[in-house]
Design a protein around this ligand. Structure first.
Ligand code: CU
Ligand code: CU
Length: 277
């Protein structure tokens, strides 16, 4: 069984295994298929039309399925690898080991945001950006440079205490846990982390930055934690509803994955924190 660990708990060997597996998926072309898929959905998802991966209730199960598919590919390269999660309520500094040269890398150039060190630096030649908004082929970030702060524990706790999973009209104007965690309302939790990292993370092709997976693994963990705290609440809508994926609706691009299939992460993996938080 896969155990997802905090980035802060990874050994040097675990960091190396993770980044090596990511680099191999980049080399063999699989990585950019994921970037492409995310780019397509983020561009298509809309408040008043179909919304599958973002701006609607299936934001959480869609990204869970997306992460599972990616983790499955990593494990084909190296069966020992799992997706680490970045707890940005604790690990909040641009000088954290998360951004060191032996993991995500983080030294960026003021002039153009280019990531200069680590496995994904353009200078290493292994991380050309091929899917995205412009022709610059180097990974870009602006850690903490956008004047937003990372979400705090108090902000996360206030969202985890919201008893309803989602509320009509099931879009970016909704009340409820999903929309507050996604970040279109309230303190902008998930969205704000994309902005804090900056560069590619603020684009539709955000998985161009491998920290995307670490961020979303933590958002995924927060969903599990919300389920734990709100055992009587469940995914809504439970019945067919225009433009959104109901509990038993199929989530594109998969042909056989529904939100109901994704509700219990323990079918697939556990977290190292489970039972400890
Ligand atoms: Cu997304
Ligand atoms: Cu995201």
């Amino acid at each position: 069984m896969t155990v997802r660990k905090s980035t802060a708990a990874l050994t040097a060997a675990e960091k190396r295994a993770f980044t090596n597996a990511v680099l191999e998926l980049k080399r063999n072309g699989i990585y950019d298929q994921f970037v492409d898929a995310h780019n397509w959905f983020l561009t298509e998802d809309s408040d008043f039309g179909n919304r599958i991966a973002h701006r609607g209730p299936s934001f959480l199960p869609w990204h869970r399925a997306f992460l599972l598919a990616f983790e499955g590919q990593l494990q084909k390269v190296d069966p020992k690898v799992s997706l680490p999660y970045w707890d940005w309520t604790v690990d909040r500094s641009p000088t954290s080991p998360l951004w060191a040269a032996d993991f995500m890398g983080g030294t960026t150039r003021d002039r153009d945001g280019q990531v200069l060190d680590g496995p994904f630096a353009a200078s290493g030649g292994k991380w050309p950006i091929t899917v995205g908004v412009d022709s610059r082929q180097y990974l870009r970030r602006n850690l903490g440079g956008s004047k937003v702060e990372l979400p705090t524990k108090a902000e996360v706790n206030s969202v985890l205490s919201m008893p309803q999973y989602d509320v009509a009209p099931f879009n970016s104007s909704s009340e409820g846990f999903r929309n507050h965690l996604e970040g279109w309302r309230g303190s902008s939790i998930h969205n704000r982390v994309h902005v804090w990292v900056g560069g590619h993370m603020t684009s539709a092709a955000s998985p161009n930055d491998p920290v995307f997976w670490l961020h979303h693994a933590f958002v995924d963990m927060l969903w599990a934690e919300w389920q734990n705290r709100n055992p009587k609440s469940s995914y809504v809508p439970a019945t067919p509803t225009e433009n959104v994926v109901d509990l038993h609706g199929v989530m594109s691009p998969w042909t056989d994955v529904t939100p109901a299939d994704m509700l219990d992460h323990r079918k697939f993996y556990t977290f190292d924190s489970e039972g400890k938080r």
